[in-house]
Write a protein that binds this ligand. Structure first.
Ligand code: NOJ
Length: 460
């Protein structure tokens, strides 16, 4: 039977604001998501991450669940405003926050689970947003982000060997500053390019610091996580073939090309023109080559047609209905939930060919349609999620064993049902059902499936 090599890591991923709760406890300062959730109409069910899955209090239960699922690794993110409540380099740090993440890390390691730690999963300290506009101010945000990263390396670097600087900067910039559907809710056609540029710089300077001062002693690796859905031309017309390439450049190349190759993609430059900031030579030297691996979040594939009004994707139109009326795959709770394993295999091949870096799939998962309306026992029989994971895991195995793509790890999204941003609690991505009234956790059938599948498909 085909198998991953013995050092292949697999597990589940989560993010601070989506699971931690205790948003106003333990000395944590507010983030832009706490503020955003209070704006009327922004969150589908009017909820917030104030309590979420209460994981600051229940972290030992979460680790016990991970252990029961036979995982080798766990990816979680640190809340910046739990570490430094106001966020800035001259602001006080929060000892309770440091103690919490240290306890979580120690609990993971005691259970033989390797931590993968994300520094920034969208929860910017509100203090920095108020003080200077957060991601919009290059000089300030780069310094404050690097200072925050340094605090994390100092506090946890002896326990963490796998660091991820940012999660999905496309979402930070496009949904936060262009469409306004995520925090901080701005709608602009210049800001997203400034924010994205500054996020790349903050990432790169944090990596420089890690490589110079921590890696030689701590011996870990550091990189970034980007998101992309595989882009399939809607038909074989030359304009739709070109549109699919443009879709990839606008979603992924705009970050990956500077970081791995040292320049912005031509297709992006052509459309964004002088709204696209430039790197100085000194900055470029820091940005180019600033990721030890390729962190990939991917959920589905999209059929792409040229034309449309959406600049976030380069004026293409995406969907999942083929010209003959059939769907790309089983459809779930959101437009990113459509089961299409062949697209995943194509994407992995594309990334390896284009960027030549080992790949970690830092997120991949599926929200079953209407699961939030089901009874607990109905929700636990999540056959569409099993179909998804079985298809994606096998496609990845083929990419590794047949195509020679070096995928080094895989994280299902998510360990738990949790706060799904603008969808509130109305989309459930967990392999564990969370009854929010009691905070009781119930493993779904997909959790059992993956707990067996990965050990069986990884050599001893
Ligand atoms: C990607 C994001 O990183 C994560 O926070 C989110 O919950 C999942 N996609 C599902 O939408």
């Amino acid at each position: 039977m085909a198998q991953f090599p013995s050092d292949f890591d697999w597990g589940f991923a989560t993010a601070s604001y989506q699971i931690e709760g205790s948003a106003s406890l333990g000395g944590r300062g507010p983030s832009i998501w706490d503020t955003f959730c209070k704006l009327p109409g922004k969150i589908r069910d009017g909820s917030s991450g104030e309590v979420a899955t209460d994981s600051v209090r229940l972290y030992k239960e979460d680790v016990a669940l991970l252990k029961s699922y036979n995982v080798k690794a766990y990816r979680f993110s640190i809340s910046w405003s739990r570490m430094i409540p106001l966020g800035g380099r001259d602001d006080p740090v929060n000892p309770e926050g440091i103690a919490f993440y240290r306890s979580l890390l120690e609990e993971l390691l005691r259970n033989g689970i390797t931590p993968y730690v994300t520094l920034y999963h969208w929860d910017l300290p509100q203090g920095l947003h108020d003080r200077y506009g957060g991601w919009l101010d290059k000089e300030e945000i780069v310094k404050d982000y690097v200072n925050y990263a340094k605090l994390c390396f100092d506090s946890f670097g002896h326990l963490v060997k796998n660091w991820i600087t940012h999660n999905e900067p496309w979402v930070i910039s496009c949904l936060g500053y262009q469409k306004g559907v995520f925090a901080p809710g701005h709608e602009s056609n210049t800001e997203p390019w400034i924010v994205a540029h500054n996020a790349i710089l903050a990432h790169a300077y944090a990596v420089k610091l890690y490589r110079e001062q921590y890696k030689p002693v701590q011996g870990g690796q550091i990189g970034i996580t980007l998101d992309c859905h595989w882009q399939i031309p809607y038909d074989d017309s030359p304009e739709n073939i070109e549109a699919a390439k443009k879709g990839i450049d606008f979603k992924l190349g705009r970050f990956a090309d500077p970081i791995y190759k040292g320049y912005y993609p031509e297709r992006v430059k052509k459309i964004i023109d002088d709204r696209l900031p430039e790197f100085t030579e000194e900055e470029l030297a820091v940005v180019k080559g600033s990721s030890d691996f390729f962190g990939l979040n991917t959920y589905t594939s999209q059929l792409v047609q040229e034309g449309g009004t959406d600049e976030t994707n380069g004026y293409i139109t995406v969907g999942h209905t083929r010209p003959d009326g059939t769907q790309l795959g089983t459809v779930g709770a959101k437009n990113i939930c459509v089961v299409n394993p062949p697209g995943f295999r194509s994407l992995l091949n594309y990334l390896w060919k284009t960027y030549q870096k080992p790949i970690y799939v830092t997120e991949n998962g599926f929200a079953v349609k209407d699961e939030h309306k089901m009874t607990i026992s109905e929700a636990l029989r999540d056959k569409d999620r099993i179909e998804y994971f079985e298809g994606y895991a096998n496609a990845m195995l083929q990419a590794v064993t047949e195509d020679g793509v070096p995928v080094k790890g895989y994280f299902g999204w998510s360990l738990l049902d949790n706060f799904e941003w603008a969808d509130g609690y109305e989309a459930r991505f967990g392999v564990t059902y969370v009854d929010y009234a009691t905070q009781k956790r119930y493993p779904k059938e997909s959790a059992q499936f993956l707990s067996k599948w990965f050990p069986e498909h990884t050599s001893a």
